[in-house]
Design a protein around this ligand. Structure first.
Ligand code: SF4
Ligand code: SF4
Length: 205
C-alpha cells in the first residue's frame, strides 16, 4: 500500500515538472508571437552599416608617397606597393598599388597608420565574386567611390538596431528624420569641443 502511494506521489511530481517545463517553453514562443518581424527584404532593403564599419578600403593614388608603412603594419604584409626610384626627380615614383580583399582581414591597421591618409575604410560590404582573383583590387578599383546604401534609388535603407529610436524594435516604416537612441560621433565631438574652453579657463596650480 505504502509503495503504491509513493508511486502516485512520484508520478504527480513528474507530471507537475513536465507541465512546468512545457509552460516555460511556450511562454518563450508566445512572447515572440507578440513581437513584430524584423526581417530585411534583401536586396530590396539593406541595413545602413554602423559608422565605424570596416568595409572595402578606398585608396587615393595621388596622395600616396609609396612609404610602405601600410605594408609594415599589416599583419600579413598584404598591400603591394610597386614603385621605382626616379633618379631625375630623386624621389620614389609610384607605379601600382593593390590590396587583395580575398586575404585581407579588414583590421584597419593600414588605414590607421598611413601618414598621408590616402587609405580609408568604407561601408561597402558586398564584395562577393565567382572568381577569387577578382578580389585583388588594383589602384583603379580601390579608387572607385564606395557604394552607399542610402544613395541607391533601388534600395530602401533600414536603420540598424543600434540606431533605432529608443523602444523601437522594427526598422520598417520609420519617419525619415527619426531620432536614433544614441548620440552620433559628430554630436559627441561637438560636446567635447564645447567642453574644451571650460577646461582651459581653469586656473593653474
Ligand atoms: S602607408 Fe599610405 S602613403 Fe604609405 S605606401 Fe601605404 S598607402 Fe601609400
Ligand atoms: S585592413 Fe589589415 S589586413 Fe587588410 S590590408 Fe589593411 S592592414 Fe592588411
Amino acid at each position: 500500500m505504502f509503495k503504491v502511494l509513493k508511486q502516485v506521489q512520484d508520478y504527480a511530481k513528474e507530471s507537475w515538472q513536465a507541465a512546468k517545463y512545457i509552460g516555460q517553453g511556450l511562454s518563450v514562443t508566445f512572447d515572440h508571437m507578440s513581437r513584430r518581424p524584423v526581417t530585411v527584404q534583401y536586396p530590396y532593403e539593406k541595413l545602413v552599416p554602423s559608422e565605424r564599419y570596416r568595409g572595402r578600403i578606398h585608396y587615393e593614388f595621388d596622395k600616396c608617397i609609396a612609404c610602405e608603412v601600410c605594408v609594415r603594419v599589416c599583419p600579413i604584409n598584404l598591400p603591394v606597393v610597386d614603385w621605382e626610384f626616379d633618379k631625375k626627380a630623386k624621389k620614389k615614383k609610384l607605379n601600382h598599388y593593390s590590396i587583395d580583399f580575398g586575404v585581407c582581414i579588414f583590421c584597419g591597421n593600414c588605414v590607421e597608420y598611413c601618414p598621408t591618409n590616402c587609405l580609408s575604410m568604407t561601408e561597402e560590404y558586398e564584395l562577393a565574386s565567382y572568381e577569387r582573383h577578382e578580389l585583388n583590387y588594383d589602384n583603379v578599383a580601390l579608387g572607385r567611390l564606395p557604394y552607399k546604401v542610402t544613395q541607391d534609388p533601388m534600395v530602401t535603407p533600414l536603420k540598424e538596431f543600434a540606431y533605432l529610436p529608443k523602444g523601437e524594435v522594427e526598422p520598417h516604416g520609420l519617419a525619415k528624420g527619426a531620432q536614433r537612441a544614441g548620440k552620433r560621433p559628430e554630436e559627441i565631438l561637438e560636446e567635447i569641443e564645447a567642453a574644451k574652453p571650460k577646461e582651459e579657463a581653469k586656473p593653474e596650480g
